[in-house]
Ligand binder design. Sequence first.
Ligand code: ATP
Ligand code: MG
Length: 440
Amino acid sequence: MYLSKLFIPLLKEIPSEAKIKSHQLMLRTGMIKQSSTGIYSWLPLGFKIMKKIEQIVREEQNKIGAQELLMPTIQSAEIWKESGRYDDYGEEMLRIKDRQGKEMLYGPTNEELITEIFRASVKSYKSLPQLLYHIQWKFRDELRPRFGVMRCKEFFMKDAYSFDVNDEEAKKSYNKMFFAYLNTFKRLGLTAIPMAADTGPIGGDLSHEFIILAETGESKIYSDKRIFDIDISKHSSEEKSIQDLRKKYDEFYAVTDDKYKKEDFEKKVKKENQLVTKGIEVGHIFYFGDKYSKPLKCSVDLKDGKKVNVKMGSYGVGVSRLVAAIIEAKFNNNIMRWPESVSPFDVAIIPSLKKNDKSNQEKAEKICSFLLKNKIDVLLDDTDEHLSAKFKKFDLIGIPYQIILGSKSSDDKFEFKEVNGKTESLSLEDIKNKLLNNRS
Ligand code: ATP
Ligand code: MG
C-alpha cells in the first residue's frame, strides 16, 4: 500500500478535546472520527487494528471450545422485563419504539437474549456444558463519555456466556475463560492482571476484572507486584493445568477499589511488594449462577428426571477499548509501537526521494513487491517529504519495523530499524525471514 493512497487524515496539531494520549493519537492519525458525543466512526487505520484485535480475541475463544454466533444489536424489551432488568438498567439503556409502538432497545449486554436462545432449544443436561460468544456493537448511554473510545456510548465488545449443570462445572467454564483471557491479552502484547472484583448482591468470589496498568486508567488498583511475574506460558489448556494457574493468581492480593480493605492489604502484602496504581479494565468475567436462568425459566432435565436452572457466567472483552488501551501501554516518548500481532502493517519502507534521482524509488518498489509476494504487509511512503518529516509521521503511525532507504542503505544491504530498538544492515532475505519469524 502506498502512503499517498491510504485514507489516513493525519492532523498536525493535538486536538484540544483529547485529554489522554490514546485519544490524541487516535485523532491525530485519523484512526477514528467522532460523529457525535461518545459515538465514533472507525477510519481505515483504526478499523484495521481493531479487526486484528477482534481476530485474536476470536481465536482464543475458539481454542477453549467456545462457539461463535451473532445476536442482533436491537432487542425486544420483553425479555428484559422478564429478568427484571428493564427498570433496573436505568438511563444507560437506549430505549426505542418501532412503528407498531413495540418497545425495543439497543443492547447494552446480552444475558437475557442468550438465555432466551438457549432455553428455546436446550432441554437436557446432556447438552451441557456450552460456551457461546459473539462480537458485536453495544450501546450504553454513558453519563460521562470520555477519553475517546475508552469510555464511549457505542463500543465493540466480545461477550461470552457459559451454561452448566452445577456450580462445580460452572467453575471449570469460568477457569477456561480466565485462561483464554490471559492468553488473549498476552498475544496483544499486554500484561493484564486479573483482579478480584465486586460481585454485587450475588456474592461469592467469582468475578475478575482484567486490568492493564496505566496512569490514565479509571480503576484504582492495589496489588502484590509479584503477580506480574506469573508465567502463563507454562500452562496448557488441560483442566488441571488451568486450575493450577488459577491457584497461582489466587495466591497474590490484587483488587480494585470496590474490594480494597486497608487492613487486608497491609496484612497480606509486605511493604516492599505493595503496588498501588491505576489501570484500565479491558475485560470482566463473572459467575452469577441462576440470576438470569431463574426469572427467565431456563432449565434442563437431569438424569433423575428433576429440572434444574442452568448455571451461567458472562465474560466480556472491550475490543474497541483495547485499541486505546494498547496505545496507553505502548506510546512512549511520543513514539508509538504497535505489537506485531495487531500492527496495521508489518513494515514501513521509507525512502529518501530526490527530484532527479529515481534510484531509491525503484529500490523501494522492488523491495515492496518482494515482501508482498511473501505475504508481508507493507506500507511504502511514496510522498516527497523530507526524511525527517517522514520519521515524525511514522513515530505516530507506530509500525514496528522500518526499512530506510537513505545514505545507510546500499544495493543489497538495507537499513532495517526496529522502532524503539536496534538498527541493523540486512539483506532482503534476512529482512523477510525476520518479519516472518515475528508471526509465530
Ligand atoms: P466499566 O467498569 O469500565 O464501566 P463495565 O463493568 O460496565 O465497565 P462490562 O459490562 O464488564 O463493563 O463490559 C465488558 C468490557 O467492555 C469492559 O471490561 C470494557 O473493556 C468494555 N466496556 C464497557 N463499557 C465500555 C464503554 N462505555 N466504552 C468502551 N468500552 C467499554
Ligand atoms: Mg466491569
